[in-house]
Write a protein that binds this ligand. Sequence first.
Ligand code: PLP
Length: 229
Amino acid sequence: MSHIASQISALRERVDRSLAHANRPTESLQILAVSKTRPAAAIESAYEAGFHHFGENYLQEALLKIEQLRHLALQWHYIGTLQSNKTSSVAQHFHWLHTLDRVKIANRLSQQRPSNMPPLNVCIQINIDNEPQKGGISLAQLNPLAEAVEALPNLSLRGLMAIPSKDSSPQQRRDSFAKMAETLDTLKGTIPQLDTLSMGMSADLELAIEHKATIIRIGTAIFGPRTAK
Ligand SMILES: *Cc1c(COP(=O)(O)O)cnc(C)c1O
């Protein structure tokens, strides 16, 4: 077995155990393979092991790999910080954006989405632990932003995303994930078609699955440790 294949089978065991523990069917969870800093060849190996959704954080690097891998039917998710002058690349080349946190960016993405492509799927990022340097909005800002995104023709609002503080204790992390699940449930009261909760990474996927994550974003547990960029 290749290195990536053996890591993936260990990951699948962790995921299956967590799903069973939470009484959840396999189809209720999608694993997003986070391929930042990884070469196209590593993405091809993960594709052969059954992954079709890939997450990227750095736009220039991502665009190059999207071009190199055009022969594969991949779904690309942008999960990095997005500046308003870079929106057109995301509108033209990605299927999903997980880090939406401003109306201005939403407006630009909807305007720039090519008319021959389906609406761009978006998640609103919540700064769940209120960290000053982190992207995302506070819970108090959610309703107006969600309503504004809902009104845009070329965006499809799918749900919420969060990256908890890396310094939080397991109990704090549990509280943050629970708060996200509760917030999505409440928002579904006004926007019933929401179906996505993007949270959980290699180190905390069990907790995220227990708290109803529908997309976990996994890098290290698929591809191995990242070397500093
Ligand atoms: C890098 C990254 C991940 C993956 O992290 P791992 O710990 O390698 O699984 C997930 N989400 C975001 C937003 C990231 O930047």
